[in-house]
Design a binder for this molecule. Structure first.
Ligand code: GLC
Ligand code: MG
Length: 424
């Protein structure tokens, strides 16, 4: 949370499965729309929190399969773990220690064994502060009436959460998504960094609690489970800050940002302006996002093959500007732009997508800025990634940014044989 210098403008708290990640859409269309919006307009002054029922390792494996941005914080295992992103990830041990209060995993396991309808979830879904089962809805309703009292007699105070019409979690009383988010918001408050707005986003039973937190806006995506809609009907029907989107998953989140007027709500992916990258002068993040969207469309043959676009790219960059390719080859940026001609349409039918992550910019000198980000490229199911730095200069008289220098280096195991198929 230390990345920002002041209070966040917006905090988006998003559940993952069937909220930010649409499992019915292998192309990740709305997730990529959300990503472009976030990096272009929010990353620099807002916080992104993922809040999932998955364990941390299961969340990390989802990140390998889907183009998920790096969040500032990941709340995992239905609120029983909080992990901060940074150069390395750090788990919040204060939070974990709190969950020990009136909790005893062994007693929970022992007592739940007496309910034959509770079928334990696989070992990988069991955590120190989360005991999980599969159970039918009607049976869950009955068990929820009895189990807390039985455990209370043995000194254990629990919270029971039913989700997705099959999952049943037994958690320490203070855990859950609401507990974790309230803890994080209190921390910000103590530091004097209360956010201007917070938007919580969910689709199923374990998200219901998030909508209970006072002051937050909430969106239940269009594809929300009956259990969440019913909870809303019974508990929050008259709260004007909560609404049921008409769009699915990521599109529903963008819809909510617009509806509640929380800031820019047009994803750069929805704008087909391939020439005017300067619509917002001095928004470096927006400019780099636009640049790469154009590059994606060019490689997919989704814009017309016209020299005017390449000339436009040249006008954005200095004739003296150098691009250091991740392979180590250095050439003037304009020469690389000339090479783009051969790449036109080359990635058509290859499900080629680009997304930027962690875009940041810093002011280096009076008219010089440095943008940093990770660029990810997906082609035929394979992802390659580069850490990227772009030096830009701002000319007051032209009211625009000029790309002066670009430097990339491969991230992870992204180095590959067909390096010539990677330009920017
Ligand atoms: C995720 C977890 C599972 C949990 C469910 C509902 O699917 O893997 O253990 O029961 O979320 O919270
Ligand atoms: Mg979900």
């Amino acid at each position: 949370m230390d990345r920002l210098e002041g209070p966040p403008r917006l905090i988006v708290v998003a559940d993952l499965d069937c909220t930010l990640v649409d499992h019915d859409d292998p192309e990740n269309t709305d997730l990529l729309r959300f990503n472009a919006l976030w990096e272009a307009h929010y990353r620099h002054d807002s916080l992104l929190i993922y809040c999932t029922g998955r364990s941390f390792s299961s969340y990390m494996s989802l990140r390998k399969k889907r183009p998920l941005l790096t969040p500032d914080i990941a709340v995992t295992s239905v609120g029983s773990e909080i992990v901060y992103s940074g150069d390395s990830t750090v788990s919040d041990v204060v939070w974990t220690a709190r969950l020990d209060y009136k909790w005893n995993r062994e007693i929970v396991v022992e007592e739940t064994l007496k309910f034959p309808k509770l079928e334990p979830q696989p070992d990988k879904s069991q955590e120190e502060h989360k005991v999980s089962f599969f159970v039918e809805r009607e049976d869950a309703v009955e068990i929820m009436k009895e189990l807390p009292g039985i455990l209370e007699e043995r000194g254990v105070d629990v919270k029971l959460v039913y989700s997705n019409g099959y999952a049943f979690d037994v958690l320490p009383r203070g855990a859950g998504k609401q507990g974790a988010l309230t803890y994080l918001l209190d921390k910000l408050d103590i530091e004097g960094n209360q956010p201007s707005n917070t938007l919580v986003c969910g689709d199923s039973g374990n998200d219901a609690e998030l909508f209970n937190i006072s002051q937050v806006y909430g969106v239940m995506v269009s594809n929300s489970h009956e259990e969440l809609l019913q909870w809303h009907e019974e508990n929050a029907k008259d709260n004007p800050k909560i609404f049921h989107a008409s769009e699915r998953c990521g599109a529903g989140i963008i819809e909510a940002i617009q509806r509640f007027n929380l800031g820019p709500s047009v994803s750069p992916r929805d704008v087909l302006d391939s020439e005017n990258f300067h619509a917002e002068s001095l928004n470096l993040a927006h400019e780099v996002v636009q640049f790469y969207l154009f590059y994606e469309r060019w490689c997919c043959g989704e814009v017309e093959k016209s020299d005017k676009y390449l000339q436009n790219l040249k006008s954005l960059s200095s004739p003296l500007g150098i691009f250091v390719h991740p392979s180590g080859v250095e050439k003037p940026i304009h020469e690389w732009i000339d090479e783009m001609e051969n790449l036109y349409g080359d990635r058509k039918e290859k499900k080629f997508r680009i997304w930027l992550d962690n875009v940041s910019s810093s002011h280096i000198s009076s008219d010089t800025w440095l943008a940093k980000f990770d660029k990810h490229e997906l082609s035929e199911g394979k992802v390659r990634s580069c850490s990227t730095k772009v030096l830009l200069s701002y000319k007051e008289e032209k009211q625009r940014l000029t790309w002066m220098h670009i430097h990339q280096s491969w991230l992870d195991e992204s180095f590959s044989d067909d390096q010539e198929k990677w330009i920017f």
